[in-house]
Design a protein around this ligand. Sequence first.
Ligand code: AMP
Length: 142
Amino acid sequence: MEYKTILVAIDLTDEAEQVLSRAVTMAKQHQATLTLAHVVEPVGYAYGGDLPLDLTELQQQLETSAREQLSAHGERHGIAKQDQRIIIGRPGTEIRRLAHDLGADLTVVGSHGRHGLQLLLGSTANAVLHGAENDVLAVRVR
Ligand code: AMP
């Protein structure tokens, strides 16, 4: 099976490079298009939205910083600007939605290979897998 459209989602931590380089290799092998994405969670989520604070500026700073970091990753691997996406929302949901919108046949994420309670509590890789319409590659990050 040849993958034609690959989506890679990275969390911008030190582990992101392991996930991205695997996706880049796969995209080359399959001569597929590659979209690179990162999801910024609304800061309000963390505070339950009930703080009497205007978080707009903080949110914008987070988005700008994420955009810059994503762009640095993209440039290292020759991924064009139009194939780099910053999305606001919940990572699992937004990654699945973007995969659908792109018609991606493969989504690449990282996985810590959690088990037991940690797995029950959920991970992004898990959230992406549940209800996914396409193949999902969970790259084991170390
Ligand atoms: P986690 O479940 O947070 O350990 O993340 C596992 C993998 O999910 C990461 O290696 C990324 O591939 C993906 N991921 C997690 N958070 C995000 C995010 N905010 N945006 C895009 N991908 C993410």
